[in-house]
Design a protein around this ligand. Structure first.
Ligand code: NAI
Ligand code: OAA
Length: 268
């Protein structure tokens, strides 16, 4: 990525939905000094976001950094190619990395830098530090979301309908982060992020709860290992544009971008 202080960094945003549109708007407002949005890439019309909507190849010709806010398929299809062109890539759809071959490929690719936003979750700094001190022996995350946001194409009618009418909290999944993010690709990237940070997707035990009273999306994390014991609970308001996604996520992306261009906002 170009780093000349006088030259703005050109950002291409893949995905012009709840996260991507907010990111483009904030960048146009100048929320991250030195980063300008130059294009959005999306197969669906995204309306007038204030930047051209281009096909990926055309957009990449103008990109210093690509921000993925679209879904796991984009990582599988395009991440390595983007990095090999020397373009930095910041991703939200971390669940894609549960595929060990893809994870190895993006780790090996360059010269562009490959980076993950913390997205809807926090505490990754201390968990990363703790995992460096010694292997973690226990990592659990319990995510609670509105039931209708958890309906998946692979569910049979009975299970999908249950999520539409449920009146009490119900556990809809229990398993590893690797499996969780395959089955709920747009809802459990946080579990994948924990897996990436602690270095083991299969160590992370995920419990997904559908709760019709969940006005806030909750991620409760418990971890322990040689370095100590950790517990934290995050409650995010859902995005008004997409109740599946926490409203804080675009702000996490902007924070990541600021760090990426060398303007971290204090805590790094
Ligand atoms: N790391 C985290 O904490 C979180 C990560 N996410 C990830 O962010 C993604 C986007 O979230 P939202 O903006 O809320 O979703 P959204 O559904 O509001 O927007 C996604 C946009 O991406 C577009 N899209 C789909 N496939 C595409 C492709 N191949 N190329 C370009 N654009 C494509 C869609 O047309 C849509 O406009 C989620 O699918 C999820 O993977 C979401 C929430 C939290
Ligand atoms: O936004 C959230 O709270 C979490 C989410 O959708 C994800 O991890 O994919």
């Amino acid at each position: 990525m170009r780093t000349t202080a006088d030259t703005p960094i050109r950002a291409v945003v893949i995905g012009g939905g709840a996260i991507g549109a907010s990111v483009v708007t904030a960048l146009l407002r100048g929320d991250v000094p030195d980063v300008v949005p130059v294009a959005v890439v999306d197969p669906q019309p995204v309306g007038d976001l204030g930047v051209p909507q281009l096909r990926l190849e055309a957009a990449l010709d103008q990109a210093d950094v690509v921000v993925e806010c679209a879904g796991q398929a984009v990582i599988a299809q395009s991440a390595v190619g983007i990095l090999e062109r020397g373009i930095d890539l910041l991703i939200t759809s971390v669940g894609a990395l549960a595929d060990p071959d893809l994870a190895a490929a993006v780790r090996a690719a360059g010269p562009g830098r490959f980076l993950l936003t913390a997205g809807a979750i926090g505490g990754l700094d201390i968990l990363s530090s703790a995992a460096a001190q010694g292997p973690l022996t226990r990592v659990e995350v319990t995510t609670t979301k509105l039931p209708t946001t958890l309906v998946q194409p692979w569910m049979d009618d009975h299970d999908a309908d249950l999520l539409r009418v449920v009146t009490e909290p119900v556990e809809v999944f229990r398993g590893t982060a690797r499996e969780a993010t395959r089955l709920f690709p747009r809802s459990l990237n946080v579990a994948a992020t924990l897996g990436w940070v602690v270095g083991d997707f299969d160590l992370v035990d995920v419990r997904l709860v559908a709760d019709p009273a969940a006005e806030l999306t909750c991620h409760r994390v418990v971890a322990e290992g040689a370095a100590g014991r950790y517990r934290f609970e995050i409650e995010n308001l859902p995005s008004p544009q997409n109740p599946r996604t926490s409203g804080v996520v675009p702000h996490a992306v902007l924070r990541s971008l600021a760090a990426l261009v060398g303007r971290p906002s204090g805590v790094v």
